[in-house]
Every structure is written in structure tokens, then in C-alpha cells.
Design a protein around this ligand. Sequence first.
Ligand SMILES: *Cc1c(COP(=O)(O)O)cnc(C)c1O
Length: 384
Amino acid sequence: MIDNSIITLSEKSVKTNISFLRSKFGDKVRISAVVKANAYGHGIEQVVPVFEKYGIDHFSVFYYSEAVRVYNCLAKPRSIMLMGWLSDENIKDAIEKGIEFFVFSIERLNTAIKYAKELNLKAKIHLEIETGMNRSGLDLKEFDCAIDILKENLSYIELSGFCTHLAGAESVSNHLRIQNQLLKYNEMLAQLEVNDLIPKYRHVANSAAAFVYPETRMDLVRIGIMLYGFWSSTEVFIQYINNQNNKIDPLKRILGWKSQIMAIKEVKSGEFVGYGISYLAQNNITTALIPVGYSVGYSRSLSNKGRVLIRGHRCSVIGVVNMNMIIVDISNIKQVEAGDEVILIGKQGKLEIKVSAFSDLSDELNYEILAHLSESITRTVVKK
Ligand SMILES: *Cc1c(COP(=O)(O)O)cnc(C)c1O
């Protein structure tokens, strides 16, 4: 291993997850793979071609830079949808490349039309409306205004989508709020259609909504976390699995993360290990040093809590997580040497370290742990 650690990505798991999602959604619902935040930490350049290989032809990102990275690593031109931040300077480029983007303000709509005219091309837009999340989206007044602008500029605009985002479909406590959002969405959709503006895709669902509220699937679903093999929340998983005879999780995690032992050391009983007084050796112990720390995404909140796998044994992280290193207790392992494989996430023999165990220990979301995995870590796709 040349680098401090390696992330492996399982092609077989991608295939399993995509076919499971397809079997649930049917042929009429298009899947947009959400690959923002470097494909949830998995790596855009590595994961996007694998998604494409298994039939995904629509990709969603947040930033323009991500859209360009997806654009550059696709084998064929596919739909790319930018849901977030796009500077005025980049709008022109986006239109030229055929990148679709959310429009959530009148200014952005006008800018898009201005550049589309200059280029003599159509800007492909998704009108995003405010339905109750109070994050981004056109309110009623802006929506009326947008309808008028659209009607006058149909030669420069393609209405690729009409969308909103639901405020927390992964928890039943948000049920009422989401029902209200859907009512509002449908009212505004009717208003759009009365004006002869027919969006190509109506879409509101992320992973959780697509499972908990099947009526939200509409024409397209924006699926992030489930493609990577995780349920949005335990609640969503329980709701799904309760209705199945077979209680096996149909999703497979794609990502594994491993490193190696950098050095081994004996520590005497009564000594502190690492910075400060965070860990006191209660016995004579043997420790191993691993060259990963919070700078590559191994959260500091795993100090004295994290677990890794070495030679088929679970070992505890002792002391604080450093910027580039962790120390683990290997006293219980008989034969062990520098260079031995260390599993940070994934399987070794019969044991497994799951991202969820990680997040339970550190009180972070799966999403958060994944998104923090540094882009500097080498990523490789493996077949199985
Ligand atoms: C991130 C995101 C999604 C995907 O959410 P998952 O829970 O990962 O499926 C969908 N829509 C929007 C607008 C998003 O920002």
C-alpha cells in the first residue's frame, strides 16, 4: 500500500442495489443517481462509470464542479442535473454542455434566458418550488412570475423538471408536514399545466420518500444513500423489512476502507498513551499505530471508542484520534506485525465494521461519515 489507506468499491454491490431499486420502482420511474459530495465519499470518478455500466443514465449533483466531473467521466452523454449552487459565470457553460439545473429564483431564470439567447440554445431547467421546507424554491408570487416569463421564452427554455424537496421523509414525525408539501406541490403543478407548461419530469422523492410514500415516485426519483447500500434511517429500514417474509437486508454496502499497521509498541502499565491523559494503560499492553486520522475522515469523536479489525480480531482505538494517526490496542492478538492489514470499514473473516457502528459511536449520520472521507484516499473498484 503506497498510500495511508485504500477505499475499495464493490461492483457486485452496485449491481445488487440497482436491481433491487429497479424492481421496486418499475420501468416508468427514472432513477437519478445522486452523486453530490464526491458520490457520498465513494469517489465520483470511480463510482459514476460503474453506475453507468449498470444502466443509470441520470445523475444529480450540488455544485457545478461536480457536474463537470460527472460530465468528464461518463462514457456517453447522459442527463446531469445540478440541484444547488451555480454561479452566473458557470450558467453559460452549463447550457452549452447541456447540464440541467434547478431554478429557484427569478434572477436565475432571467440569467438562464439571457445566456440561452446569446448561445442560441435552450437552457434545460428544473423549476424548484417552495412547498414547506423553507430552504430553496420559488414561493407562490415568484412562481406566478416565473410562469409568465416561461410562456414568453419557450424558444430558450426546456422545462426538464418541476420539483421540490421533502422535509424529512425518513421520520414518521414529519408525516403531516410532508402531506402538506405534497398537496401544495400538486396545486402548483395544476397551475403550471393550466398554462400549458408540461414538465418532462415531475420529481420530489429522495430515497426515504420513494420508499415510505410510493406516490412520490412520479416520473423520477433522486436516489442517493440507498444506491450506496444504506437505508436513510433505521425507521425506513424497519418499515420495509416488517412487510417482508425474508428479513435479509436487500441492500449491499459498496464501500470498504482499509489501512495497515505502521509500527508496533509495548506500553507499560500505568503509562498514558498518545496526547494528554485520555488513555491510561491498565496493564502492560501492545499497541499498533495506523496512519489514518481525522484529516482523512476518521472522526475525532471515535477517540477511545472506534474499533478496527486486524487478523480477524476486533481492536479498540485508544487515546485521541490524531490528525494522521490512530493507536489501537492489539494485546490480545498473538501474531501480528507491521504491514498487517487493518480494516477501518468493511469485513475481515467473519467480522465486520459497519459505517452504522461508526456513526452510532460517534453520533454522526451515515451521510456525514461518508461525506468526510477525504478525496486524497486512493479508491479502487473491485469486482466482488
Ligand atoms: C441529497 C439529495 C437527495 C438524495 O437524498 P438521499 O436521502 O441520499 O436519497 C435528493 N434530493 C435532493 C434535493 C438532495 O439534496
